[in-house]
Structure formats: C-alpha cells, structure tokens
Design a protein around this ligand. Sequence first.
Ligand code: NAP
Length: 244
Amino acid sequence: MTDIKYALVTGGSRGIGRAISLKLAAMNYHVLINYRSNKPEAENTLKLIEAEGGKGELICFNVADPKEIGQVLGKWIDESQHTIEVLVNNAGINKDNLLLWMKAEEWSTIIDTNLNSFFYVTRLILKDMLANKYGRIINIVSLSGLKGMPGQVNYSAAKAGVIGATKALAQEVGKRKVTVNAVAPGFIKTDMTKDLPEKELKKLIPLNRFGEAEEVAEVVGFLASKASSYITGETISVNGGLYS
Ligand code: NAP
C-alpha cells in the first residue's frame, strides 16, 4: 500500500527512542523500531504501539556497522520499495572517562556509534527523500555537544559533530523540502542516566528535575510534522533550562 507513511527510529527499543517511536506511531507513521541487542525491549515498544492502535515492526542492526546496515536496512529499502519519510537518528551510548585515561577503544566506539552512525544510516535514507521531495531528519544530540562536559570528551565531540552535520546537510537538501534538525536533551530519565546522582544534579537545573523521555519525544514529533516546515539546521534544547 503506497499511502502508508514510514518512519525509522534508531535505538527505538528503550528510553527516548521508545517514546519517539510511540509519538510517531500516534502520528500515523508505521514505525521501524531499530535496536542492537535488546529484542525483548524492542518487542515491548512494538506492543505499546499496537496497544494504542498504531503500527510498526522491528529492525535489528548495529548503527556503528555500515556493512550490517547495508545488509539489513538496505535490503528492507530495496525489497519493500517504501520510502522512509521520517528518520530519527537516536541510538547512542556513552563511555565516560577523563581524556588522560581514555582508551582508544573508548574514543572510537563513541565516535562510531554516535557520529559515524549518522553518516551510515542517513545516506541510505536520503536518496528516496530527495526523490520524493519531502523528508524529516531529526538527530538526537546532547547538551554535552553544545556545552562540552568534563569526563565526556569523546561523547561531546561526537554530539558536536552531529550538530555540525545537521547544519551542513540542512543546507544541502533544503531545496528538496527535506529538513534536518537536532534535539539536544539535558538529563532525561532513562537507562543512560540511571546511575547518576539525580538528587544532587537536579539542584543545577532551573526546573529542578530530570526530564521524561516523552518530553523529548514531543519536540521530535513537532519537528517530524508538517507544522515545522520552516525550521531547518536548528538544534532545540530540551534541558529544563540547564544551558542555552
Ligand atoms: P538508552 O535508554 O540507553 O537507550 C539506548 C538505545 O540505543 C537502545 O534502544 C539501544 O538498543 C540503542 N543502541 C545503542 N547502541 C546501538 C547500536 N550500536 N546500534 C543500534 N542501536 C543501539 O539511551 P537514551 O537515554 O534513551 O538515549 C537516546 C539518545 O539520547 C542517545 O543518542 C543519547 O546520547 C541521547 N541523550 C540522552 C540523554 C539522557 O539524559 N538520557 C541526554 C542527552 C542525550 P538496545 O536496547 O538493543 O541496546
């Protein structure tokens, strides 16, 4: 059926990616829920979507592995002949350490998973968006990529790289009505932040609390919608006022 609209959310199995998947499904997108290893949680995302009357499917690949992306996502695109209208580059990890002690692997894994993944996944999806003369690309970056965070030189560099790529790609594809934006969360309650001292850290946040994944998903939903048609190359912070 040609009238089904498709969206891909990388790292849709948990946390912010799950909330985004639910939001896009509620906007009538058939959501491709990407995950790397946690199939039960990816299935839970799909169950939650279906419980609300939405549609989706699981798609397992490692966003840091271009070969696997080609084999799985490339195959899906070729075989289904469907165009993905909304791409949310959300999958991400951190491996914190002071630069002085940082191992080469801690640097390269973070750059591969958070920055190179943007290139690997986006280049596969972009061609159809350009042909279709419509598309929404939304990159989940971080306060770390705007402000820089000590102990996260690798992660800050990767996220700042994606912010630069967002601005550059927006200028390449704007004429074809493809918009490219980024959303920069602060501290959001997910597995990634579960070991942080929330009581201490929330004192630094003007809104005095960690954010919810759904509060990030709302902004992504807006950027994915036609209502955001004149916004591109932008990074929107969702951080409770922590930094702007
Ligand atoms: P999370 O709860 O730890 O979930 C991470 C998600 O990414 C999972 O779905 C995971 O899949 C997937 N993933 C990780 N590595 C992957 C890979 N190589 N290939 C495919 N999928 C992969 O993280 P989160 O807090 O929701 O973070 C989502 C995004 O927001 C990330 O880009 C993160 O950097 C960013 N962010 C988060 C915060 C925060 O406070 N939480 C703040 C700023 C930015 P599996 O389930 O299969 O492992």
